[in-house]
Design a protein around this ligand. Structure first.
Ligand SMILES: Nc1ncnc2c1ncn2[C@@H]1O[C@H](COP(=O)(O)OP(=O)(O)OP(=O)(O)O)[C@@H](O)[C@H]1O
Ligand SMILES: [Mg+2]
Length: 318
């Protein structure tokens, strides 16, 4: 049974990444909704560990790229290499041709490199010279960004951020989890390793994605999704207090992403239909990086999260 496999994977991720359910469950949603994740949080919160654990649990290869100021687009995409033996150029594929790609500290590389990544994420293909190469069918990028250091970093292009299906924020674990982490990593150092579940095949993953697309979504709920998006574009029509807060609303990519994440959420809950609570559960993570607050709202110290709360309150639930 497909769902049981993913429940096991969720358990495995939670056993490896303690007390970060917000991260592990959204990794699964991204996997099932066929999208990419932007994860923001302080260093040392098991982001690398989480992707490693995911690579243990599914049939996929994994590659990590550390973004640095001297990284070049070709370091991600690959490049044509001259072979003197034959006198020909041969394409040497880069890290983006792997299934799971951890793009670490994405805001340490300049715009050109970020754009190469974001473009590949959206197009699922790479053009080098005059040839185009398709990326893997299973292609998930988890990019990390550190909110602490602003100096010497390059902010991501806001207009391209919506290529990420979700923007997940993570914070420090609580005391109870911290204690568990201590014991877990001590055991690992003693080579007492957790049992790894049987790997989910790509075929099973793709079948699950199809099942998710077939879940029932009532027309009233389709309309609810659309209204939530409209409220980011013409907020004053939905609530007076939203009036001047949003400079740019969400694109149709947001609409599509909201539906797909809500579907994956419903499926993981074991339901065969999507409910309003599935849409609400994924709303903040899907929308956070897709709205741009007005200058006044930012000056007032308003945040995207607060604004999204107001939108959820303002739009009538069917
Ligand atoms: N929630 C957690 N569960 C299990 N181990 C954890 C957790 N949080 C941190 N650790 C441990 O802390 C260390 C750092 O984890 P990891 O390297 O995955 O963090 P990171 O978020 O990738 O860090 P960085 O931002 O520096 O790249 C590892 O030894 C890891 O085992
Ligand atoms: Mg790391």
């Amino acid at each position: 049974m497909a769902l049981a496999q993913f429940e096991q994977l969720q358990q495995y991720l939670d056993s490896q990444v303690v007390g970060q359910r917000g991260l592990t469950s959204n990794i699964l949603i991204a996997l099932l909704a066929d999208g990419h994740l932007l994860v923001e949080g302080p260093p040392g919160l098991a982001k690398t560990r989480a992707v490693n654990a995911l690579a243990d649990g599914i049939e996929a290869d994994f590659h990590r790229v550390q973004f640095t100021p001297d990284l070049l687009p070709a370091d991600l995409t690959g490049t044509d290499i001259y072979r003197p033996e034959t006198g020909e150029f041969v394409f040497q594929s880069g890290p983006l041709f792997h299934n799971l790609v951890l793009a670490d500290e994405i805001n340490r590389a300049p715009a050109k490199v970020q754009s190469a990544l974001l473009e590949a994420m959206a197009e699922r293909q790479i053009t080098v010279g005059n040839k185009t190469y398709p990326l893997s069918d299973l292609f998930l990028v988890m990019a990390t960004q550190n909110p602490l250091e602003q100096e010497g970093t390059y902010p991501l292009p806001e207009a391209q951020l919506d290529r990420f299906l979700m923007h997940v924020e993570i914070t420090y674990p609580d005391a109870e989890s911290e204690l568990e982490i201590l014991r877990l990593t001590r055991n690992e150092a003693k080579h007492v390793n957790a049992s790894v579940p049987q790997r989910i095949t790509q075929q099973d993953l793709f079948a699950a994605r199809q099942a998710i697309l077939n879940l029932h979504l009532a027309p009233a709920l389709e309309n609810y999704i659309v209204q939530l998006i409209m409220a980011t574009r013409q907020p004053e029509k939905y609530a007076a207090e939203l009036g001047a807060t949003i400079e740019f609303g969400a694109s149709p990519r947001a609409t599509i992403s909201l539906e797909r994440c809500a579907r994956a959420h419903a499926w993981l809950m074991g339901r065969d239909f999507v409910g309003p609570d599935d849409i609400q559960a994924v709303f903040h993570n899907v929308m956070r990086h897709r709205i741009i607050l007005s200058y006044e709202a930012q000056a007032d110290g308003k945040t995207a999260n607060q604004t999204l709360d107001l939108i959820l309150n303002a739009v009538a639930v069917p």
